[in-house]
Write a protein that binds this ligand. Sequence first.
Ligand SMILES: [Zn+2]
Length: 207
Amino acid sequence: MGDDTIVWLTRSQWQNAANGMACRYGDTGRLDVVEVTELGEARVCCEDGHEFLLPPPAVVKPATAGRGGILEDLGVYQALLDVFEFGEGRTEYGVIEHRFAQAHRDLYVDLVGRYHHTAIACEDPARFTVSSLLAGALGRLHAEGAVRFSDGPGTGRWSYLNPVSYWALPPVPDRPPVTWTAWAQANGIDPDTWPATEGISCRHTPS
Ligand SMILES: [Zn+2]
């Protein structure tokens, strides 16, 4: 078993990584990290005022590209890939996590127990959550070219993350994005709630 491949970067580590990156809109000024999001992504702003997300940290360390560690052992990468639909437009992170939670219930319950989830009240909530773990795994898949990363508005229960990551299988079709709110409503779910963690108790132990 290798080391865990998901790297949780602090804001200063993210800033070091961002120093070597250019604005996605082509200008060459420096990027400032505004915040590290709950999903472990960095919200950055360039000198011209463009604000956008950098993908989760796996892409920052291409030298260590390759799966391994507990996520591979648990089958997380393949389980994530299974919930994408070929030909679907850019899909908000929450849709991916919810589908994952439904399609791979035992694995999701195990991960939530291990890593905590912000939807569950916890006496000592962890900064690192199952959502940041899954987003990091998506970042790894993005670094491999297996999925595509973009950003857009967080909706419904996820609207406090703005922007939030959107994901799709390549080639990404020119179709409207699939938001959590639209997808939840189409599936009979109140988008302001997060039913995926109902009935799961947190086994997270404070470190
Ligand atoms: Zn810019």
